[in-house]
Design a protein around this ligand. Sequence first.
Ligand code: ADP
Length: 373
Amino acid sequence: MGPARILNVDDYGPGRYARSKMLRQFGFEVQEAANGTEALLKVANKPDVVLLDINMPDLDGLEVCRRIKGNPATSNIIVLHLSASKVNSIDRVIGLNNGADSYLTEPIEPEVLAATVRALIRARRAEDALRRSNQDLRELTHLLSHDLREPLRAITVYAELLDKSFGGRLNAAERQYLDFTLSGARHMNEVIEGVLVFSRTMHEGFVAVDVPAGDALRAACSELELSLKESGAQVSVGSLPVVRANMAALTRVFSNLLSNSVKYAGDAAPRISITAEAVGGSCKFTVRDHGIGIEPEYHRAIFEPFKRLHGKEIAGVGIGLSLCRRLIEAQGGQMWVESEAGQGSSFFFTLPQAGPDERAGGPTDLASRRSAQ
Ligand code: ADP
C-alpha cells in the first residue's frame, strides 16, 4: 500500500502551502485545491482524506462535504474539517451531521494533524476490510447453500425411491442404513435452509413504522395454528402496545419464541403468556413459558447461531434465537432470557415506543448495522 493520499482544500494560499509542506514531511502524498469547486473536481481522483477548510468564498466547506458524502462515488472518502476559529461551534455539529469524519480547530499541532489523519485512515481501512469480508461471506454462504442443495435433493429423492421399492424387503440392518441416510439428508436440508434464511434475513433492508404488537402476535399465532392446536397450548395475552418496529421482523420474533415454547414444553401441554410494559422510552415484552427451562450457563450460548442444547429428538437447527436477537437489535432493542432448568423460561425483548424517531425510520441493513457497532 503506497503513501496515503490527501487533498488539502483551503482558499488561503500561504496556509494551504504550509500545511501541504508539513504533510509531505510526514510522508503523505498531497494534492491541493484552492476552493470548493476545485475540490469537488479533484475528489474524482479518490484521495484517502480530504482536509476541508470550512470558510471559503465560493462553496463553503460544509456544502463541499455534503456533496462529497451525498455522492455514492465519493461518499467513502474521509473528510476532516479544519476550522480557523472556535467561534462557530455550530459548524462542528453541522459538519459532523453532514457526514464529516472528524473536525479539528486551529491552531493544530502538525503531529496531531498527522496522527489524526493516520487514525482515520486506519479506522476506514478496517471498516472496508470488514465490509469486504462480510460480502465475501455472504456470497460464499449463498454459493455453498445453492451448490449443496441439488446433490442433497438427489440423495433424498433416490433414498426415498429405494425405500418405496425395497423398503418392505430390507433386513433390520439395511433398514437402519436407509433410515440414517434419509434422516441425515433431511437434517442437512433443514440446516441449509436455515443458513439461507439466516443470511437472507441478515441482509434484508426493512423499514420500521408504528406497528400494533398485537397484530404481529396474531400473525405469528396463525402461522403456528396447527402446532399450537396439536400441542394443546394455552396462550394468554396481556394488553400489547403499538411499537416502532417492522411488522415482518416482529412477527418472526413472536413466531420463533412461541414455537420454541411449544417445542421445549416438556411433558405437559405448553402454557405461554405474552405481556408488555413501558420502561423508559421503550416497551419491554415478556414471552413466558413453563417448559423445560434452560440452565443459566447456557443463557449466552443459545443466542449464538447454530448453537443447540438438544439433539435430533427435538427438531431444529439452532438459528431461531440468534435471528430473533439480531432482528430486535436492528430495531433498536435488546433481547435476553431468564430461566432455570425445570422452571420454565422468560424471554424478554425491548422495542422503541411508537412515535416519530428518525433513527428507526429508515431502511435498516442488519449486516452493515452490525459491522458499524
Ligand atoms: P432451535 O430451536 O432450532 O434449536 P433456537 O435458536 O430457537 O434453535 O434455540 C436454541 C436452543 O435454545 C434450543 O436448541 C433449546 O435448547 C434452547 N431453547 C430455546 N427456547 C427455549 C425454551 N423456550 N425453553 C427451553 N429451551 C429453549
